[in-house]
Write a protein that binds this ligand. Sequence first.
Ligand code: AHM
Ligand code: MG
Length: 322
Amino acid sequence: MAYRRTVEEFVTERAGAELGVVFAAIAVASQGIERQIRLAGLSDVYGAFGAVNVQGEQQQKLDVYANDELIAQLGKVKSVAAVVSEEDEGPVMFDHPGAEFAVIFDPLDGSSNIDVNVNVGTIFSIARVSGDVVESVLKPGTEQIAAGYVVYGPSTVMVIAFGDKDGVAGFTLDAEGRFVLTSESMTMPPQGPYYSANEANAASWPVAYQEFVKTLVSEGLAGKAYSARYIGSLVADFHRTLLKGGVFLYPPTEKAPTGKLRLLYEARPLALIAEKAGGAAVNGATRILDLKAEGIHERTSLIVGSKAEVEALNRLVMGAAK
Ligand code: AHM
Ligand code: MG
């Protein structure tokens, strides 16, 4: 079998050794997380950890494991100044003078699926630090150096993109525990067969979103009717949308009027990957990548997917705003 490059080798070739080492650390952490998830039923790591995180959510044991593992691996990398995690209120700073990167992550996304053997994931974004760490990570998503996610599924896959380079690459965790290149150029179909949303919230979405989903179901777009798919793990719902096309949407709701998903470590990295794959991502009014954050745990609504669906939604939402 032909030699397949590892994610570290691929990143080093495309973006230099400094960034390659950061990806190597993320790969080692993800491999450890994958192992814990795979063996979860045997090793008593299912269930609640017993603490509540900064978002007011019950932390699961696997959330804590994944967070600790990423911090431990990235803490060994001299070019990483700090990490910002969904699980921690503020940045975790490392004593690495002159370090140029901050890594922002959701260590284990899809909390409702952790205990039920359904796909979960890790999402990350890499920012350049100049001056204050928090100021650096709040800058718009167009400034991201790179972004990626890992989906822990029937096979475990890492998908990455660089801010200043074209293309989206996919890697699969092999039997030796390495993420090896399995698709160098991933593209999102221009239109797809699925919409993906928690429709239990539909009655409290702004009307334009309700109309949009009604249109997809009844007449479709360009003569193609849509089917629904919703896993409830953003990474898995996004991964399907990337491969098959269509749209994922988490609009504002009564309970979460500014959206539920987090801008820095959920929406923004996936928006970069979507755009680099030929898709689009908006919050209903603005391109996700143009949003500057006010705080590290800021929430946003998110509509991400193929161009045809995101543009159709934009027309409806903007029409409603007039
Ligand atoms: P989490 O970071 O606590 O796991 O929450 C984010 C998750 C996403 O993975 C998913 O898209 C969304 O929450 C599902 O929310 P809901 O259960 O409201 O449909
Ligand atoms: Mg999450």
